[in-house]
Structures are given as C-alpha cells and as structure tokens.
Ligand binder design. Structure first.
Ligand code: AMP
Ligand code: MG
Length: 425
C-alpha cells in the first residue's frame, strides 16, 4: 500500500457514501397495492398477514396405508401380524365415513383426513396387503409393526394455525412465500408497488439501436443498459428516448419523464459546452450537481423535478460514458430503487479476493475496477477485465465484480487483498 503524499484537493468532491446518503434521504418507500400472488415475486409485503385457516385443515395421513388405533397394534411383529377388520377406503379429498372401533382399520391415502379414534397410520409395506392381489376387496388386513400415537399422522394446524401471524410487513416475497400465501387460500397480496422509472439519454451524437450507423454518431447504449438494470431490480422501466443537446428537446423529454417515480438520465452533466441538461433540469426543480470521489463516474446530478405545485419526482443524472453510467447506477440508482420498493438491505455482498494484476489510482478517487472473480482452492481471486477506461463497455460485460482501490491508495498490486462488490445475484 502506497499513500499519496502530494496534495489533492477533494473538498469539492463528495464521497460515494455521502452522495448515496444524500440521495437516499430524499427517497421514500412507495405505497402498497394489491398484487396477484404470482406477480408479487421479489416485492415487499406491506403489512402483517394472519392465516384465516389451519394448515393442514384436519389431522391427516402422511402415508398411503392403514389408519389404525395404535393400542390395537402394540404387539404386531413381522411373523405375527395383528389382524384388523377393514372398514372403508379414504381417498385424499374425501372425509372418512366410519369411526374406528377397536380391532378395525381403514385404508387411507396420503393427505386424506384420518377417521375418528385413529392415532396412527401403518404404511402398506408394513402390512400384509401386498401379498394379496385385489387389495381393495380385502375384508381384513395384517399389521406387521407397532406404532406410537401420532405415527404418520400430520396434525391439524401443524404448519400454520388459524390466526397465526405468518408473515410480517417487510418480508421479501420468494417462490416459497407465494406458495404459503396460496396455501392460505390467498389469490392476492398487498405489497409495496413497483416504481416506474423513466429513462432518457441526451446527446446529439446518439442513434437508436436499429438505426443505420452514421458518421460521427454512436448508438445509445445507456438507455438499453439502464432499462435492463431497472428491470433486473423488479422495477418498471419507462423509456423516454433521446433528448438532443437543445433546451427545447431536453424540456420535452423531461416533462414526459416526470410521469414516474424516478427519472434516470444519462450524459450532459459534465463540463462540456453542450452539457445544458444541467440548466434545463435546474429550471424544473431543485437540482444539484456533484463530483463524486470515484472512478469511473465522477459527474453526478441529483435533485427533484417539480411536477406541479405539490408533487416532485427525484432525478438521478448519470454520467454519459457507458461504464460510468452503469457503475453509478450500481452505487446510486440501485439503492434508491430498492428503498422505494421497501427493501432495507440495499447493499451487494462483498468478498475479499487476491488480486492477480494491478489497479492504478491516478488521482485519489475510489476506483471501481471491473474484475472477474474466481473461486479457487485458496479462496477467491480477482483479475481485471483489461482496459479500464470508462468508455470500454465490454470491460463490464465480462466482469462479475467491482474491485475497490481505496481513495488513499495509489495502487493495488498482484497479491494484494482487495474488497470486491459482487454483481451477480
Ligand atoms: P457527456 O457527459 O454528454 O459529455 O458524455 C460523455 C461521453 O459519453 C461521450 O463520449 C458521449 O458520447 C458518451 N455517451 C453519452 N451518452 C451516451 C449513451 N446514451 N450511450 C453511449 N454513450 C454515451
Ligand atoms: Mg453529451
């Protein structure tokens, strides 16, 4: 580790944490809506859910076999089965019609409610049933093993008791949650709604993918990568399009973008001649422009756009370079969107890895290097994806992590331990 001795002036730069806190402090959790349970995966449950029913609803059999009174079969052995009179067959979905008297048994299928006075079920394989071909027509059955009260009986309410608090507000709905909701008979669930996120790009140089390449122009990749990133979080992207570097064009697109919960723009926020997005945005609300002490993605805009006299929409203005916009999305948009969705853990998992090559820090910013993390016998290793300039978008494609070189270190060298933010979820 080498520490900078020469003076750098970073007073005008915000740390990543300060910038993120500033943004999150001005983002609220959205309201709740009713969702069909199968559309609610990944959403956050709005309020406590109590069960209106017992699950299972009745004591029932855990096996295909014979419902018995355990006291009747206490002496049963393989050689000397206890013989019981067969009363009926109880399929799943039907109710028993006969009460078990001493010396009787009923054939029963898995999930079928057990008859009155039954306290155990003997699986077919521990009876004499398989020795007879037409088992359904037997009058008697031999039981070859003893049973305790409760053997192979699933008791009513064992999973969920009627009135139980099953899920609390704040729970993130998983596939299993959807199953539990369904098991309680619920078709819908109240959950924090998905934010609608407007996405717009700015720049005269931008073409829409699908258009004919033209000299001096580049394809707008930010809109697409941000749309995909928003979708990945479970939010709803709303593509606004490309604003030209003209006041009118930016105004138009912004007014369309305001009909959403969050606006994410890219480019036009640095110090170039045509970076007028800043000016137009400021007209429409309370916009602040920062330099964040990170590489890539130094320029960042944040603020609120006034929709009308009462409502405003937060806006995050990402830098234009494709890698910068994605890295800044990670650091600022992702946590903002997750907070809107009611999630409280906004951080990606990090790991410690042995660096295989070098990460250079030119100017005392926090470097987020795109790396490939591998799990080896000796722990994790990380190797950069090569050229790390902020316009090299392919450096991001192959990466599964962002390795950090802290502000105060001039480099990380081969063999150094680095903290890596894991990007794959
Ligand atoms: P700017 O902040 O407008 O100066 O943009 C910085 C760099 O990012 C320039 O090289 C732009 O051409 C590039 N850029 C801006 N917007 C996009 C975009 N939507 N897709 C790809 N590159 C972009
Ligand atoms: Mg531009």
């Amino acid at each position: 580790m080498v520490t900078h001795h020469h003076g750098h002036h970073h007073e005008d730069m915000l740390s990543v944490e300060d910038a993120r806190d500033h943004i999150l402090n001005q983002i609220g959790v959205l309201d709740a809506q009713n969702f069909p349970i199968t559309d609610a995966l990944g959403l956050v449950i709005a309020d406590q859910i109590r069960s209106g029913i017992n699950i299972p609803p009745l004591d029932n059999s855990a096996m295909d076999g014979y419902a018995v009174r355990s006291a009747d079969v206490s002496t049963a052995t393989y050689q000397h089965p206890v013989m019981l009179e067969i009363l009926e067959t109880i399929p799943a979905g039907s109710l028993p019609r006969k009460i078990l008297r001493p010396g009787t048994a009923s054939r029963i299928m898995t999930g079928a409610p057990i008859p009155e006075h039954c306290d155990a079920v003997i699986p077919f394989e521990d009876t004499t049933e398989k020795e007879f071909s037409k088992s359904g027509e037997l009058a008697e059955i031999g039981i070859r093993i003893p049973a305790f009260p409760g053997t192979n009986v699933r008791s009513k309410g064992k999973d969920i008791m009627k009135g139980d608090s099953v899920l609390l507000g704040g729970h993130i709905i998983t596939a299993a949650t959807v199953g539990v909701l369904a098991s309680m008979g619920m078709s819908h669930v109240r959950a924090i709604r998905k934010p609608v996120v407007s996405i717009l790009s700015t720049g005269n140089e931008l073409l829409t993918p699908g258009e004919k390449p033209a000299e001096g122009k580049i394809f707008d990749s930010n809109s697409s990568s941000i749309i995909a990133s928003v979708s990945q979080l479970g939010a709803i992207p709303k593509y606004i399009g490309i604003a030209r570097d003209e006041m009118e064009s930016v105004r138009d697109k912004l007014s369309e973008a305001m009909e959403s919960d969050l606006v994410i723009s890219s480019a036009g926020v640095s110090k170039g001649d045509y970076d007028m997005v800043k000016d137009v945005m400021s007209e429409h609300g309370d916009l602040q422009f920062w330099s964040v002490r990170m590489r890539p993605a130094k320029p960042l805009a944040f603020g609120t756009l006034n929709k009308d006299s009462k409502t405003s929409v937060p806006l995050i203005g990402l830098p234009g370079n494709p890698v910068s916009s994605l890295v800044a999305f990670e650091q600022f948009c992702r946590p903002a969107i997750l907070k809107m969705m009611g999630k409280t853990n906004m951080h990606r998992p990090t790991i410690q890895a042995v660096l295989k090559d070098s990460i250079v820090n030119y100017d005392s910013r926090r470097v987020y290097a795109r790396v490939i993390v591998k799990q080896t016998e000796d722990g994790y290793t990380a190797i950069t994806t090569g050229h790390q300039d902020s316009n090299i978008l392919t450096s991001m494609v192959h990466a599964n992590g962002l390795a950090i070189c802290p502000e105060e270190e001039e480099s990380k060298e081969p063999g150094d331990i680095v903290t890596v933010i894991m990007l794959n979820d």
